[in-house]
Design a protein around this ligand. Sequence first.
Ligand code: NAP
Length: 575
Amino acid sequence: MSSARQDQRDELWASGGELDAVVVGAGFSGLYMLHRLRDRLGLSARVFEAADDVGGTWYWNRYPGARCDSESYFYSFSDRLSEDLLQEWTWTERFAPQPEILSYLQHVADRYDLRKDIQFSTRVVAAEYDDATGRWVVRTDDGRQVTARFLITAVGCLSTTNLPDFPGRDSFLGDSYHTGVWPHEGVDFTGKRVAVIGTGATGVQAIPEIAEQAAHVYVLQRTPNYDIAGGNRPMTAEDGQQIKANYRDIWQATRETAFGFPYDVANRTALSVSEQERQRIFAEAWERGGFRLGTTFNDLLLDLEANETASEFLRARIRERVRDPEIAELLSPRDHPFFTKRPPLENGYYETFNRDNVTLVNLRKSPIQEITPTGVRTTDAEYEVDSIVYATGFDAMTGTLFKLGIRGRNGLGLREKWADGPRTYLGIATHGFPNLFMITGPQSPSVLSNMPVSIEQHVDWITDCLRHLRETGRDTIEPLPSAEDDWVDHHNEVTQMTLLPMADSWWVGANIPGKPRNLYPYVGGVGTYRQICDEVAARDYDGFGRGSGGTASDGQFTGTARAKFTDIAAATTAS
Ligand code: NAP
């Protein structure tokens, strides 16, 4: 450990390790939360971060081709943090590559002098609520502990990798990599035979880049996705000027729309227009690139017949670009509707299958039987390779939360409480765990949104909540069981209105054996959700008990959250 880091630790322990707040994670959410706690509220706060630098997902995911799937200009901190920063920072590509996003976050950490309150290379191994003192006791992997009044998780939604337990996996004598923990020095695949397992958003970014280098790439595909054209390109000076002149409106729009983008879902249904008009609308969205295709009609996620029009539009694009019709068909999803799994954005993915050095292997027909010392054996062939790339995703949303060893009142474990799936109020807090806040927790919009927008909304809401507690002479807050039950029911009702439960996606936990099947993110929409959270706060934190010294008995639940959703839904239907 560097002496600067040792000094930093010694300083904390000299203060007795007593903090107002502990934040876990130093990605987008942890950085912004620290800034708010320390520089807005004047609280003592410490961030624990497992990596040796800031960045979160952008620190770990350094695989070839890693880039943002939201357009760069709205994948950043907004004017809530700083208008100056928005004007100073210039993105070089329409969809920023990983190194650029990482350097942006490093710049933010330096600009706001955040590093001095972040303890790097330190994992939280337990966080236990002490009923007697009303404080969280947080233990780290260096054997130390601190206590804090508030515990705030900023661990991201996709930070625990999923490495399938294939028989023989550890016998492989070549090099293997998971995309989510990619070597910092990079990997040179020149002249190598490579197997890539997984064709989600990550595989779709990595495969074209690996194919440029490798002698041969075997793409092991279980489920094809509806990949949308990304349309990445360099940002011009004019792009930059126009964006910077309009930032205020851009951010305002991101806060009101369904997915946290500056453009919203069109208010029309797919079958209400002619076939010709529908194709024109899809084609226009396709040309513009990015997730716009998913916002062309308001019933794509609600109505199977409407959805099929978009699904077939995308299959037709695959047939146009892949020369071999059999391969094109193998790449065409048939088992789930469009957008019921997260559609990857692609830049040249389909053309990759026209290359002589790329072979598509259909794992549906012949699943992986084992990893051998020299490659991958499926039920009908063995592929000898030098390297295996696991682009097999994450134990999303709850995987990392459970690893923190969180225990609330009376020693109740979060993992045990959520044994049948998450139970939260607003996806931000959970009964039995006073003063625990989860930034972009399960049952909040999180991964069904442009993440920085949802992160900012949660951090701002938590900041206002802590200010409210201080101003009202309290220091303890916890959801009431009735409010939590109501939110879970509401979350499930909204989920059932959509097609999302139809697909075996990580959104419903289907990628992890034994994981309870629920929709993990909230699908009610970013703008609607924000209004709900604001209304809950405005109605004296409806559904939360509040108090002091660990007691949170002062509070009531009048049903604000669901009533607000109903109001908004009625207003939308009427308009
Ligand atoms: P993913 O979407 O979960 O995809 C994992 C892939 O591995 C799937 O193709 C899956 O097949 C396959 N797989 C998993 N277990 C397997 C097994 N036992 N045998 C064979 N195949 C197996 O993971 P991801 O691609 O890393 O993406 C996760 C999320 O990260 C994305 O949905 C997105 O939200 C985020 N992401 C964002 C960006 C960005 O914005 N820049 C980029 C990349 C990722 P099945 O589909 O059949 O399960």
